[in-house]
Design a protein around this ligand. Structure first.
Ligand SMILES: [Zn+2]
Length: 633
């Protein structure tokens, strides 16, 4: 996934996690997934088969899931699956001989974050079977946390409805009853029945030429963790980008998408050259409506992407490099639990920077490294120390809230540190061996550490040892010898911000035409805190920040507008909040309004008007933050 959350909410989340932190005090096991009810040590799923009807009127998926199960513990009698708000009908066990028997089931106690365990008793007739099928008839709830049902008016075309999923971190259980933990990998197949004029796509073998007929078949022959299950249905069309790559989008967005993501095939070719073979066949993008909650989601073979990247100048495509890089780190080698999330996100952020460097050059990637480093430094000021380790203790809270810059940016910096220590050639060699050794497996931080130790740290020439690495993995903050990214072009932008504020140069003399959007972001963030509103007005008039087409510049500007209470731009700030639904672009703007001491009620009023267009995950996150925000004195 590509999203680093704003920090303040993380802090609130961590603090509430600390309060709850008594339940597992004694026997914390870093390898255990505390966010799943599934008894995976007794039963493990090997294949999932779905047959589902997509009902836009009822806002539900309904049909059948069949799980191919293997019993690991001969004494085990109950299978526990993860569910959230699923209505379960008939449950049957399919025996190896072809017979099937009805199974009893019951729900366990619900948990606000984890959902509800479904406990299926194995009938007597199945007691001796090691391999069997578990078939469940079910329907989803209209409020499924994974699914957003968009009425036609919230799509680009305005004529057809759309639905799409977001399963990471623990939302697959709200559209399929299953063992919802990254520790279990499954292959899957699906038949999806839709209104005939719409197209269904999944994180599977999409056929770009599939005729529209209201019934679509999918096969995913490579084993994936449940958080990579994905579906979207809508008025979606395909256009090729390269030999193996293409883009799906509503027809209204297709041309712009083809232009913006034209470098995708080259990214894939370069990624193969550096990290080893791409193992998934095709790589396509699906550009979703604005309410898609994240920058991108690395659903295998078909990354889901926010339309906020359509800046018209390819300046925001690092998100595509990121999602593509997940085809190695995350999708191929997967974190065993959400506590090891840096193995997915830190590694991917590092690979992303390598791809950006080879395609767009060092200046561009230096800029992106510095911006991400600065977000990290801000986070380190507020995140409680015990949550600053790359692999902290994580047994309470909501894994969705655990995606701060620690996993992304500190993880990236750690890998940069290893590259610096061993040299790029040797480190690339290590990475290829890592992807090769653990392909289609899930691993813990401890296993990574052992592999690194054997592969690099123990070499006689190594200048760093296991203790240095353990400091990164298990200690707060940054080690003293951590890399410090720098960017010549961002330094220039910062110096110009100071000169302009001191009236040494005029607005017209700021060389914005030669700047990247990243330099512009840095310029805005470098403006002195005490700048009066008339000077902000001058800047906005001269450089047109409030009307920018670039979502990242808009985000940065409107955060400052809210923090500084630059009220003349509030109307356009509200337009920004209505135009985008991606959490990164709007959440910190709401938060800045809520925390400027005057505008909490205004933030709540703007949210009340806009929230119908937001995704359930984004909506819940903003609602929570605005509820708990304190009114200024
Ligand atoms: Zn990611």
């Amino acid at each position: 996934m590509r999203e680093k959350l704003s920090l303040t909410i993380l802090v609130a989340m961590f603090l509430s996690a600390c309060v709850e932190k008594t339940q597992h005090e004694d026997a914390y096991d870093p390898a255990r997934d505390y966010f799943s009810f599934a008894n995976t040590e007794q039963f493990v799923t090997q294949h999932l088969s779905l047959d589902l009807v997509v009902d836009f009127d009822a806002r539900e998926l309904r049909g059948r899931a069949t799980l191919a199960m293997r019993k690991l513990d001969s004494a085990a009698k109950d299978i526990v699956l993860d569910t959230r708000d699923l209505d379960i009908g008939n449950v049957r066990i399919l025996l190896p001989g072809g017979e099937s028997v009805t199974a009893d089931y019951q729900f366990g106690d619900s948990d606000r974050i984890k959902g509800t365990p479904l406990i299926v008793g194995l009938p007597e007739a199945a007691a001796a079977a090691t391999d069997f099928g578990l078939q469940l008839e079910y329907r989803t709830s209209p409020t499924s946390t994974a699914l957003q049902w968009l009425p036609p008016k919230l799509t680009a075309g305005g004529k057809h409805p759309m639905v799409f999923s977001q399963s990471q971190a623990i939302h697959a259980r709200s559209w399929v009853p299953l063992q919802d933990t990254p520790a279990v990998r499954i292959t899957y197949g699906a038949t999806i029945r839709t209104p005939p004029e719409l197209l269904a796509v999944m994180s599977a073998d999409n056929d770009p030429l599939a005729p529209r007929r209201g019934e679509y078949h999918f096969d995913m022959p490579q084993p994936i963790p449940s958080y990579l299950l994905a579906i979207a249905v809508g008025n979606i069309y395909f256009a090729p980008l390269g030999e193996q790559t293409g883009v799906y989008a509503e027809p209204e967005l297709l041309e712009a998408s083809v232009f913006e993501f034209a470098d995708t095939q080259e990214m894939l070719d370069q990624a193969e050259r550096i990290f080893g073979p791409y193992q998934w066949g095709r790589y396509d993008l699906l550009v979703l409506p604005p309410s898609f909650p994240y920058g991108g989601m690395e659903n295998p073979r078909l990354s889901f992407i926010t339309p906020s990247l359509l800046a018209g100048d390819r300046s925001l495509v690092s998100v595509v490099a990121h999602e593509l890089a997940h085809s190695w780190s995350g999708n191929l080698v997967t974190n065993a639990t959400w506590r090891d999330g840096w193995l997915n996100e830190g590694m991917t952020s590092y690979l992303e920077s390598r791809l950006m460097e080879v395609i767009y050059g060092e200046d561009r990637v230096d800029e992106e490294r510095v911006l991400s480093y600065q977000e990290l430094l801000l986070d380190l000021e507020t995140v409680p120390p015990d949550m600053q380790a790359l692999a902290p203790r994580l047994d309470v809270g909501d894994p969705d809230d655990f995606q701060g810059t620690i996993h992304y940016s500190k993880g990236q910096l750690f890998l940069q540190y290893l590259e610096n220590a061993f040299g790029r050639d040797e480190f690339d060699h290590f990475l290829s061996a890592y992807f090769d050794t653990f392909a289609f497996r899930t691993i813990t931080t401890e296993r990574f550490l052992d592999f690194l130790d054997e592969g690099l740290l123990q070499a006689e020439s190594s200048t760093i040892g296991r203790a240095d690495v353990e400091e990164w993995l298990f200690q707060p903050g940054l080690p003293e010898d951590a890399p410090r990214p720098s960017s010549r072009t961002l330094e220039d932008a910062k110096a110009l911000a100071a000169d302009w504020a001191a009236r040494k140069i005029d607005t017209a003399d700021i060389p914005v035409a030669s700047w990247s959007p990243q330099a512009m972001v840095h310029f805005i963030n470098s403006l002195p805190a005490d700048l009066p509103n008339d000077r902000l007005a001058e800047l906005d008039e001269g450089l047109g920040f409030s009307d920018t087409r670039n979502a990242e510049i808009g985000r940065t500007w409107f955060i400052q507008v809210a923090k500084r209470r630059f009220t003349p731009a509030y109307e356009k700030l509200e337009r920004h909040l209505n135009r985008f639904g991606r959490g990164r672009l709007i959440f910190p703007v709401y938060l800045a309004l809520a925390e400027n001491g005057k505008d909490l009620e205004l933030a709540r009023a703007m949210f009340a008007k806009a929230r119908a267009t937001y995704h359930p995950l984004t909506d819940a996150r903003i609602a929570r933050a605005l509820e708990t925000a304190r009114t200024g004195s």
